[in-house]
Design a protein around this ligand. Structure first.
Ligand code: ZN
Length: 385
């Protein structure tokens, strides 16, 4: 049996160590891996470091540092835990690992750059625990959501589940655009609103529900009709748009403004028993007008009339929109860019269609110029579902 000192010496003999000044030259290229406990990390860390407490190293490193040939500089407070971690990384197949000699303490003593990482409060730790447990999201992902700004068009059938799930998930700023008042006929599907709020402005009702769900979220209401003269100003500064509107003029307007501003749109639509979702990522995938180059005449556009819709359907479609939003914000998985999911509630089936950019698209095609204009002649915009 060996003592701690002997074990450490034997471990150090089998790994590579690097001094802080040499390691500092690798900032920005190497992966700096911090294996200290959360309390230590919270008080200061090397900029850009990946944090995995030593006890979680084996279970989380493959997700957080997937490239086993990447250059990794692992550090702890004094250089012992990182030595054992470096050896473990070698056992896991990481081929280019060095342990920072003297650890973070030595790094600070040398006057090298460090910062206090943005961390979650104890309340946020508890609230978002199911997120931070996911290695694909972690605390970093949650921080990102808290720093994100999403604009939701319509506090109606689609906007309700989208806004509620995004608020619950901790998207830091939610803008809500809706120019309507709560109507009794909304309550069959628009879960943001309640019986005692009939007649109230929808943006105010939405704000009450969302802040009751999560006071962390800043809700910004826009009690206006989106139009050519305000769409750019309202959308500017948001990371992503959730489109829950139900009319062609607004979709066109939003599409063109999103191309101009470079903001992705998570599109959703519903009618009767069917729903569709896609993600329009400006110039990376098709836009709405690649799909629908010209708005249909008013009499052909059922969404412009008071078409019926089954109550639960917007809940499903709006929830998919919320999930796609989180994926786009965090760069998770494959968002529905260039794909359209079509949901049939009666068949209980999902189908996915491939969508392609149209080189002749009047909005995003070659030589197209963006003109922000109203399309009211096609059909009158009215309340979002
Ligand atoms: Zn297009």
């Amino acid at each position: 049996m060996s003592s701690f000192g002997e074990l450490l010496a034997a471990t150090k003999a089998r790994i590579t160590e690097i001094t802080p000044d040499k390691a500092a030259a690798e900032l920005g290229t190497a992966v700096f891996l911090d294996v200290r406990e959360m309390e230590e990390y919270d008080q200061g860390a090397i900029p850009g470091a990946v944090h995995i407490p030593r006890g979680f190293l084996e279970s989380q490193v493959e997700t957080k540092v997937p490239d086993r040939s990447a250059r990794v500089v692992v550090y702890c407070a004094g250089g012992s835990r990182s030595a054992f971690a470096a050896r473990t990384l070698g056992d896991l197949g990481y081929t280019d690992v060095a342990s920072l000699s003297g650890g973070f303490n030595h790094w600070k003593d040398e006057g090298l750059r460090w910062l206090v990482p943005m961390t979650l409060t104890p309340e946020q730790h508890r609230r978002y625990q199911r997120h931070t447990l996911l290695p694909e999201m972690g605390e970093e992902g949650q921080q990102k959501l808290l720093g994100s700004k999403v604009l939701i068009l319509g506090a109606g059938g689609l906007g309700s589940p989208a806004a509620m799930y995004l608020a619950a998930a901790g998207v830091g700023t939610l803008g809500i655009v809706d120019m309507d008042a709560v109507d009794e006929s909304n309550l069959q599907r628009q879960l943001l609103h309640t019986v005692d709020r009939v007649g109230e402005r929808k943006v105010d009702s939405a704000k009450k529900t969302l802040n009751a769900l999560n006071p962390d979220v800043k809700v910004v209401g826009y009690d206006v009709r989106l139009a050519a003269d305000n769409v750019v100003e309202i959308m500017d500064g948001y990371d992503l748009i959730v489109d829950g509107t139900d009319n062609f003029p607004t979709r066109y307007l939003v599409n063109d403004a999103s191309l101009l501003l470079g903001i992705p749109v998570v599109h959703g639509s519903i009618q009767r028993f069917e729903g569709q979702v896609s993600v329009f990522s400006p110039y990376r995938g098709p836009c709405y007008r690649c799909l629908v180059p010209e708005p249909p005449p008013a009499e052909m556009a059922p969404s412009c009339a008071e078409a019926g819709v089954v109550g639960v359907l917007p809940g499903i479609v709006g929830s998919i929109q919320a999930l796609e939003t989180i994926k786009v914000l965090l760069g998770l998985g494959d968002p529905l860019v260039g794909r359209l999911v079509s949901y049939d509630a009666l068949e209980q089936s999902f189908r996915t269609f491939k969508l392609h950019r149209d080189p002749a698209c009047p909005a995003c095609g070659r030589g197209a110029t963006i003109r922000i204009a109203d399309y009211d002649e096609y059909c009158l915009p009215h309340a979002s579902r």
